[in-house]
Design a protein around this ligand. Structure first.
Ligand code: ZN
Length: 105
């Protein structure tokens, strides 16, 4: 009864997983859908494209908000360990290899 809605389409699988991780760390459950996921297990799909993120309707607004703030404002994040600023696509700090934190600069 709580239907899922398509939140957005990611350019590639890595991006999709990055966003999924970010949303899930905020308690939003995310399902990935797309052609790239239909490939055989243990084989990297060659044409990675159109990976979609789906969320529950009840999470849609907050998920949208999260993505908007990620895309529109500052996509970079600041390492809580060494305070270096990292690009949004980095999952680990380039400087000290600490895990990405949710502290955006
Ligand atoms: Zn760092």
């Amino acid at each position: 009864m709580d239907d899922k809605m398509r939140l957005l389409a990611a350019g590639n699988l890595l991006e999709a997983h990055t966003w999924k991780g970010m949303l899930e760390s905020s308690g939003i459950s995310v399902e990935l859908k797309g052609e790239a996921l239909l490939g055989g297990v243990g084989e990297l799909p060659t044409g990675i494209q159109n990976v979609e993120l789906w969320v529950y309707q009840s999470d849609y607004q907050s998920a949208k908000k999260q993505m908007a703030s990620l895309n529109a404002e500052r996509p970079q994040w600041k390492c809580v360990n060494c305070h270096e600023v990292n690009e949004s696509s980095f999952e680990l700090c380039w400087n000290c290899s600490a895990e990405r934190s949710e502290q955006y600069s």
